[in-house]
Design a protein around this ligand. Structure first.
Ligand code: GLU
Length: 521
């Protein structure tokens, strides 16, 4: 019997975003699985695992200023850390493709030299015409290989005339190319269906295909984990490795993420970018947990996986290649679970503070335990943590606890059903006179006194509690009245009840106004 020895050759993976905008959740999941393979599965087995961040910024038309910084920032927020990258450097840098253009040119030249690539002098106008003709004939679009077999004389004439050229890959015209995908097995492609793709554009910039293959090789990438949308071009990449005489890395294409009703997940269905979810009060923990399960499962039933659990349990072998559907409600559920049951009160406090500051309820950051408002927010967070589904709900829920004065409210709310304005006023006045003798910190004793008072006034407890609740919160719903009073504090409670009394005294209800108007007719 043989014992399987784990393969301990270094695992080097990369996440290679293009700085074209915000980070899509699909991209974040790809980054996550790469990181988990290197830092989780590999290191767990005693292997060397490195997670590399590479910025693929050679498509200058799609380049968005500031997008690279944004991607780094959101990846850090998400909880991933990379061993090599544009900001931290590393042994095989630079890690920004725009700084490696000489390398791509050299490699394109090498392929020209070896006959695996050729110069294409076709003008954009000609290519456009070819496309239109193909469309008219209902043929698949693609380059017609006009320049593939130029005679040495034609080539020389073009070069002499100084015509701009791109460099195209010379794909075999027949036979098959096989791509081995770790999740799907071997996929066969007919070479006849594959194009002679451009490797180097006439402006000297490489296309994704050339830069990606050259870098994955030079950066010694062992496993390529990327989105399923790259499967169609994978055979061309395999051929490129071959043409260079290089061993290709292992490939694993991550499953598609579908929209709730089917189809590709896009803006139409709701938020798709990590930055949007962050702004909407989602926790990185919830997104990580949710995105991990969108394609991977441990035992098919366990749902809660914190970052450390994922590092401990993730295996690439349990990534399912069939598409997953993005479920907004489920993500929200995870978010709620983390806020209600996983984060500590202090942690929730710190996470809601930026949202409270934005709403003007507390002072500006930095948000740490030394923030002047931390001590004031913390007991409120303790009280409301279990009602929060997202952090953005905090400003509304915490509003009346944190602001000195209540937002204006309708005095009619103070009057419980089956009670008159006069009765309500009396009840509030009695409460006001009792308050100086009540210790709000002792919730149970306070409640007992309020209940006794209701008895004395011949009121149901609820009929006494409601006007008090509205007086101190401006709303008919709040957490338990006595914990609410305690969190708001004696001074503000007294002040708000006094204000409610004045409000109710000065107030003329709509129907009284109507009656008066009728009487005057
Ligand atoms: N820059 C490519 C992208 O943005 C990377 C694809 C790959 O990982 O090979 O999707």
């Amino acid at each position: 019997m043989t014992t399987a020895t784990p393969d301990l050759s270094p695992v080097r993976v990369r996440f290679a975003p293009s700085p074209t905008g915000l980070l899509h959740v699909g991209g974040a999941r790809t980054a996550l699985f790469n990181w988990l393979l290197a830092h989780g599965e590999t290191r767990r087995h005693g292997g060397e695992g490195a997670f590399i961040l590479r910025i693929e910024d050679t498509d200058r038309n799609r380049y968005v200023e500031g997008a690279e910084e944004g991607i780094l920032d959101i990846l850090r927020w998400f909880g991933l850390e990379w061993d090599e990258g544009p900001d931290v450097g590393g042994p095989v840098g630079p890690y920004r493709q725009s700084e490696r253009t000489d390398l791509y040119r050299q490699h394109a030249d090498a392929l020209l030299e070896s006959g695996h690539a050729y110069r294409c002098f076709c003008t954009p106008e000609r290519l456009q015409r070819v496309r239109e003709e193909q469309q008219a004939r209902k043929e698949a679009p693609g380059y017609d290989r006009q320049c593939r077999d130029l005679t040495p004389e034609q080539l020389a004439a073009n070069l002499e005339a100084g015509r701009p050229f791109s460099i195209r890959f010379r794909m075999p015209l027949d036979g098959e190319t096989h791509v081995v995908d770790l999740l799907r097995g071997e996929i066969a492609f007919q070479n006849a269906n594959l194009e002679d793709l451009i490797l180097l554009k006439s402006d000297g910039y490489p296309t994704y295909h050339l830069a990606n293959v050259v870098d994955d090789h030079l950066m010694r990438i062992s496993h390529i984990l990327r989105g399923e949308e790259w499967i169609p071009t994978a055979p061309i990449h395999v051929r490129l490795y071959d043409a260079f005489g290089w061993e290709p890395p292992a490939f694993a294409h991550m499953p598609l993420i579908l929209a709730p009703g089917g189809g590709k997940l896009s803006k139409r269905h709701g938020s798709t970018a990590m930055e949007e979810f962050r702004a909407q009060g989602y926790l990185p923990e919830a997104l990580m947990n949710y995105l991990a399960l969108l394609g991977w499962s441990f035992d098919g039933t366990t749902e809660m996986f914190a970052r450390d659990d994922l590092l401990e349990k993730f295996t690439l072998g349990r990534v399912n290649p069939s598409p997953g559907t993005f479920d907004y409600a489920k993500l929200r559920w995870f978010n709620q679970q983390y806020i209600n049951h996983v984060l500590t009160v202090d942690d929730v406090t710190l996470r809601v503070m930026p949202f409270l500051a934005e709403a003007g309820l507390i002072g500006p950051g930095p948000f740490d335990r030394q923030h002047p408002d931390f001590a004031r927010v913390q007991p409120v967070a303790a009280l409301l943590k279990d009602r929060l589904e997202t952090l953005t709900e905090a400003p509304d829920l915490m509003d009346y606890f944190l602001r000195p004065d209540l937002a204006p409210y309708d005095p009619a709310l103070l009057i419980p059903k089956k009670m008159t304005r006069g009765e309500t006023l009396t009840a509030l006045e009695v409460v006001a006179s009792m308050l100086p003798r009540v210790d709000l910190e002792a919730e149970e004793a306070t409640e007992a006194r309020f209940r006794a008072l209701a008895d004395e006034l011949g009121l149901k407890a609820g009929s006494l509690f409601m006007p008090v609740r509205v007086a101190v919160t401006g709303r008919t719903q709040s957490p338990g009245l006595f914990e609410t009073l305690r969190a708001i504090g004696a001074e503000r409670v007294r002040q708000r009840i006094d204000e409610a009394i004045v409000l109710l005294r000065d107030w003329t209800p709509e129907d009284e106004l109507a009656t008066a108007a009728q009487a005057g007719d």
